[in-house]
Design a binder for this molecule. Structure first.
Ligand code: AMP
Length: 399
């Protein structure tokens, strides 16, 4: 990862206009925000810039309005939540460029905060249109990106504006990039990766990248079934992508060639029906799965062996659950392995970084999230980073 500018590289910003890309794509229910984690993540950046005397204009997308104004997707719906978290009044500005923004800047005092309308109300955002980016940039003196979760998209508010104005990583972005660097770019060896979740097909590029970067690749979840089937195991009616047998074998061959050990479960939790605490639940060796059974979690012996693997490692990257963790008792392997990783992290022997989609929910469910070294709430961006891709929004901040 190349070096990037941070807020420490800013000079005197008194009276300057900071355009700050944040993540306000907040979960809502009945018109109210249900989780403010993303606002909390960027609060230090916003408040630091305000305290240093800048006029802070927040840029964010909300939902998928597809280039049109849509009152149900106005960023103003997040205004109360943003004000609550910041403990400050925030001026909503129902535009993104032009005279209304200019006039609003005239009203804001140094240290005040404004919230611009949904970047995706304009087609220029997702098209990364140069004129659109210039229109946004015209009202700012410098650009700060604090939304890692949007950094995999080359949009006007993540890349276009960054290419026009002096641009910097915000504190949340800085923390995220440093954590990710410590996990895969320059990790302490040995490194383990846990990759779970439903399907191999959605994480092919992740697996292909990891085999050359980690010493231990632990595969769990539904995707382990595809690998087991590729090794000739009869997985009954488990979720399995039989058409990916050749791909799974190629990944295992690439791992062998790179000196990466692939860990697949050798005992599993099976059931005839997918329901909580089913009567047909049993634990068996992978070779004993019956035709009418499905594998829904990694078994306890395998979990114990995997915990021993983690104990030999210095770094862990985790994406995806080990089983169908939303339904008890198929959360057992995810919970047990997450607890082991959390304990090793807490005692300082493991740097653990997790993220992407359901992973945060799974680790929260395990009560393990607090002890992980870093948890990324980014979904697509985290996975693209695990795929080894350079994220355009990050590249734009490089010095
Ligand atoms: P992903 O979004 O790819 O990380 O997949 C997460 C989903 O995979 C969760 O909803 C889990 O319930 C599901 N999952 C994990 N293990 C299994 C399994 N053995 N069989 C079916 N679904 C699973």
């Amino acid at each position: 990862m190349s070096s990037f500018r941070t807020l420490d590289d800013l000079g005197d910003i008194t009276g300057k206009v900071a355009l700050v890309r944040v993540d306000l794509n907040l979960p809502m229910n009945g018109g109210s925000v249900t989780d403010t984690t993303r606002v909390q993540a960027s609060a230090p950046t916003i408040l630091e810039l305000a305290e240093k005397g800048a006029k802070v204009l927040l840029l964010a997308h909300f939902g998928r309005p597809k280039g049109q104004r849509n009152s149900t997707m106005s960023v103003s719906m997040t205004l109360d939540a943003v004000e609550d978290v910041l403990g400050r009044e925030v001026m909503f500005i129902p535009e993104i460029h032009g005279p209304v923004v200019e006039q609003s800047i005239g009203i804001l005092r140094n240290g005040d905060i404004g919230l611009l309308e949904n970047t995706r109300f304009w087609t220029g955002e997702e098209a990364n249109d140069t004129d659109f980016a210039k229109g946004i940039a015209a009202n700012g003196d410098f650009f700060v990106n604090d939304a890692f979760s949007a950094a995999h998209r080359a949009h006007a508010s993540t890349v276009g504006v960054a290419n026009i104005l002096p641009s910097y990583a915000g504190r949340a972005m800085e923390k995220e990039l440093k954590a990710l660097e410590a996990a895969l770019d320059k990790p302490e060896q040995p490194v383990a990766a846990v990759v779970g979740g439903a399907k191999v097909s959605s994480k092919l590029a992740v697996l292909e990248n990891l085999v050359s970067k980690v010493q231990h690749l632990i595969i769990g979840g539904g995707m382990a079934n595809t690998f087991l089937a590729a090794r000739g195991v009869d997985v009954g009616k488990s979720l399995c992508e039989h058409d990916l047998t050749a791909t799974a074998n190629a990944i295992m061959d690439a791992a062998d060639a790179a000196g990466c050990t692939v860990h697949l479960p050798y005992d599993v939790v099976v059931s005839q029906e997918f329901a909580a605490n089913p009567t047909s639940l049993r634990i068996c060796n992978v070779h004993e799965v019956a035709e009418n059974e499905m594998i829904l979690d990694v078994g306890p012996l395998a979990v114990e062996a995997l915990a021993d693997v983690l104990k030999t490692c210095r770094t862990l990257v985790w994406n995806g659950p080990m089983g169908a963790f939303e339904t008890e008792p198929f959360d057992a392997a995810t919970v047990a392995l997450a607890k082991t990783a959390a304990a090793l992290s807490a005692e300082g022997s493991l740097v653990s970084v997790a993220g992407g989609g359901d992973t945060v929910a799974a680790l929260n469910h395990a009560g393990a999230a607090d002890d992980f070294s870093y948890i990324s709430t980014a979904g697509g961006a985290f996975l693209e980073w695990m795929e080894g891709k350079e994220l355009p929004g990050v590249a734009a901040l490089s010095s």
